[in-house]
Design a protein around this ligand. Structure first.
Ligand SMILES: *Cc1c(COP(=O)(O)O)cnc(C)c1O
Length: 414
């Protein structure tokens, strides 16, 4: 079992046993090796994302470093008073400041954020949702199912393509209505085109019940004040936390690892009394993040407030690298590898953010399908096939990994 040389002995014994049991003609070294390889491939580890999808859900979305001090931390300890504190205080305060909210809290992911908000605000009561927004985001997040788990009653409003304010008003005044909130869901990776009509958050805010907006993508501010220039064109249709709250949403929920660029987390931000209700709900404990995630989010929030996002946040680094920089790297790579050609590509934000938007990018193209060979490189490289060639998009590759690409490309060529 050469492939298993670095696996724990107990694992090798188990794999050898399985190989013996499975082989009709008994144990073969090749079968055991294949099992060892498979076992090792399944272990988590860093990979090089050369797909051009910036937030690749299968590759962990936004890359962000987690500091791992093996030390006690004041997670729930108030250093001023010496008494018990809340793990939500520091990061919640920073995130609230970022989005211009009264208060904010952090949970494990955005699915958890939506679940908690609905459970805390609307258990046993009605929540109005446009039929055009009763969507599935992917990976099992389906609005009607989350709603059911929260104990809230889904009230469908309007039609699939058009929902007006009057549809919501009608649902509020129907017999036995007990409306706790309106949920507005950003359809993310889904678009209805043509004869359509949606109701804006500002309009919904006139209904007199809290408007909860699941914006999903986690863009903090549509003006992107952390960027040196104007917001990139590909962000044009993305809802942003600050503006959605300013328009009158009582709460917004979003992911930490999408356009925010941080670790996996879910953010709930908005009215202080409603955030407080979420904090006090029994589910809050089950959905809370760990200290390492909170610490990473704190770093991220401080970078936003410090305006050091472009240097400190890998996602925004990837997003803002110029085509010219990518082109220089691509030419150097091709020259060093002695194979491949530089091609223009189109990267995408990914993770359901700005689904129709392309980001001009540059890649290296090699004739033939080399995907599985690239996956066997160390670290593994994930690329894409296009027109019977393999394309490595450089926008999603950290420049410090370029030498790994050179090495892998040389192998492809030989
Ligand atoms: C991505 C997304 C979710 C799910 O978020 P997770 O952080 O993956 O749980 C929910 N709602 C919307 C609108 C999304 O875009």
């Amino acid at each position: 079992m050469a492939a298993a040389s670095d696996l724990p002995h107990a694992v090798c014994v188990e794999l050898a046993r399985e190989a013996i049991a499975a082989g009709p003609n008994g144990y073969t070294a090749a079968a055991a090796n294949a099992r060892a390889q498979h076992f090792r491939d399944a272990l988590l580890g860093p990979v090089i994302n050369a797909t051009g999808v910036l937030l690749h859900t299968n590759l962990g979305r936004a890359p962000f470093p987690l500091a791992t001090p093996a030390q006690a931390m004041n997670v729930e300890f108030d250093l001023t008073s010496g008494e018990r504190g809340s793990r939500q205080t520091a990061v919640g305060g920073l995130v609230a400041m970022l989005c211009g909210a009264e208060a904010a809290m952090v949970v494990n992911n955005n699915a958890a954020a939506v679940l908690l908000v609905l459970a805390a605000l609307a258990n046993g009561r009605d929540v109005l949702v446009s039929r055009g927004e009763s969507v599935e985001i992917g990976g099992g997040f389906r609005v009607p199912e989350v709603m059911e788990q929260s104990g809230a009653r889904l009230v469908d409003v309007g039609t699939t393509n058009r929902t007006r304010l009057a549809d919501y008003s009608k649902a509020m005044t129907r017999k036995a209505a007990d409306v706790a909130a309106v949920l507005k869901v950003h359809p993310s990776n889904y678009r209805i085109e043509g004869f359509t009509e949606q109701t804006s958050v500002a309009q919904l805010a006139t209904l007199g019940v809290p408007v909860v907006a699941d914006i999903g993508s986690g863009l903090i501010d549509a003006n992107c004040p952390w960027l040196p220039g104007p917001p990139p064109a590909w962000l044009a249709n993305e809802p942003a936390a600050r503006q959605t709250l300013a328009d009158g949403a009582a709460l917004v929920t979003f992911s930490g690892d999408k356009l925010l660029g941080g670790p996996q987390a879910g953010i709930i931000a908005g009215r202080a009394d409603l955030v407080q209700a979420c904090k006090q709900h029994p589910l809050a404990r089950a959905l809370r993040p760990g200290a390492h995630v909170l610490l990473a989010l704190q770093e991220l929030a401080l970078a936003y407030l410090d305006r050091t996002v472009v240097e400190a946040v890998p996602f925004w680094q990837m997003a803002t690298t110029t085509v010219n920089e990518l082109s220089v790297r691509a030419h150097e790579l091709v020259a060093a590898a002695g194979c491949g050609e530089v091609v223009a590509t189109e990267a995408t934000p990914g993770a359901g953010s700005a689904p129709n938007a392309g980001i001009a990018s540059v890649g290296v193209r090699v004739i033939g399908d080399h995907l599985s060979a690239l996956r066997r490189a160390q670290p593994p490289i994930v690329a894409r096939n296009r027109d019977s060639a393999t394309v490595l998009d450089l926008r999603t590759v950290n420049p410090t990994d370029d030498h790994h690409l050179v090495e892998a490309l040389r192998k492809c060529a030989s």
